[in-house]
Design a binder for this molecule. Structure first.
Ligand SMILES: NC(=O)c1ccc[n+]([C@@H]2O[C@H](COP(=O)([O-])OP(=O)(O)OC[C@H]3O[C@@H](n4cnc5c(N)ncnc54)[C@H](OP(=O)(O)O)[C@@H]3O)[C@@H](O)[C@H]2O)c1
Length: 230
């Protein structure tokens, strides 16, 4: 596992162990993957004796800015150009890490092992909705990056998968401002038909990633939608 904060990673590890995971099979590296130093630190800390697969799931500009009330769903006139620029950082960060991971993947393939990448993008990367200018633009960009690079990677035997969640109950919809904005999106765009917003369980995303990496039926694109969501 990778995130910027050692303390958070330790907490997540403790939670996984509590759920029954073997602590010896869960390890982490604290690194900011939007920076050159962070990606260097990450890549140089990866275990040499393991076959590496990469799951990329940072969002929201890689934590580089804070939006008021933690609500990214804003009418376009409330969106600053800086916010758009910060959100686009996920593409730059993904590319920066890609440049450093591909040599590792090539070595693995040369040694007879597989090399796989899953990028967690979003359903916001394939359709728009009210208050979505920041998020929809950034997620279309990361979906476009995966589409744009996949053929070159596959030429070398490196597999890349795009997992696109819709609304997932990871806590980001708990704050009242985001909740209100999403309810309004639901009503205006009929995103859940005539139903209230209903979020997918985070495990559904985890299962999709697991299936792509280890299952018998990997899919280039997976859409993870809660009941009634379109
Ligand atoms: N939740 C949803 O409904 C939903 C729907 C569609 C798509 N998605 C996408 O799915 C992905 C994960 O979403 P989530 O809800 O699980 O988000 P999250 O809870 O905010 O998780 C993001 C993780 O990335 C880490 N991170 C952030 N910036 C980083 C950086 N610069 N370097 C290294 N690690 C960093 C964070 O840890 P630290 O803060 O400790 O660094 C955190 O563990 C995002 O791309 C999101 O846009 C989510």
């Amino acid at each position: 596992m990778v995130s910027r904060t050692e303390e958070n990673l330790e907490k997540i590890k403790a939670g996984l162990v509590k759920l029954g995971c073997n602590p010896e099979l869960v390890s982490y590296i604290a690194a900011d993957i939007t920076t050159n130093e962070g990606t260097d630190h990450l890549v140089s800390s990866l275990p040499q004796d393991k076959n590496i697969y990469w799951v990329q799931s940072i969002g929201m500009g890689g934590g580089s800015y804070k939006v008021p009330n933690d609500n990214i769903y804003l009418p376009f006139e409330h969106i600053s150009p800086e916010l758009i620029e910060a959100e686009m950082k996920i593409v730059t960060a993904t590319h920066m890490l890609m440049l450093k991971m591909v040599p590792i993947f090539r070595k693995q393939i040369h040694g007879g092992y597989k090399s796989k990448i899953v990028v967690v993008t979003s359903m916001s990367g394939e359709r728009g909705y009210h208050f979505g200018a920041t998020h929809v633009a950034a997620k279309h960009a990361i979906v476009g990056y995966v589409k744009g690079i996949e053929k070159e990677l596959r030429d070398e035997g490196i597999e890349i998968y795009d997992v696109r969640p819709g609304g997932v109950d990871t806590g980001m919809y708990d704050n009242p401002h985001t909740k209100k904005a999403v309810e309004e999106i639901g009503q205006r765009d009929k995103m859940w038909g005539t139903f209230e917003p209903y979020y997918a369980h985070p495990l559904w995303v985890a299962e999709a990633i697991y299936d792509d990496l280890f299952g018998g039926n990997p899919q280039k694109i997976r859409k993870i939608l809660g009941p009634h969501q379109n």
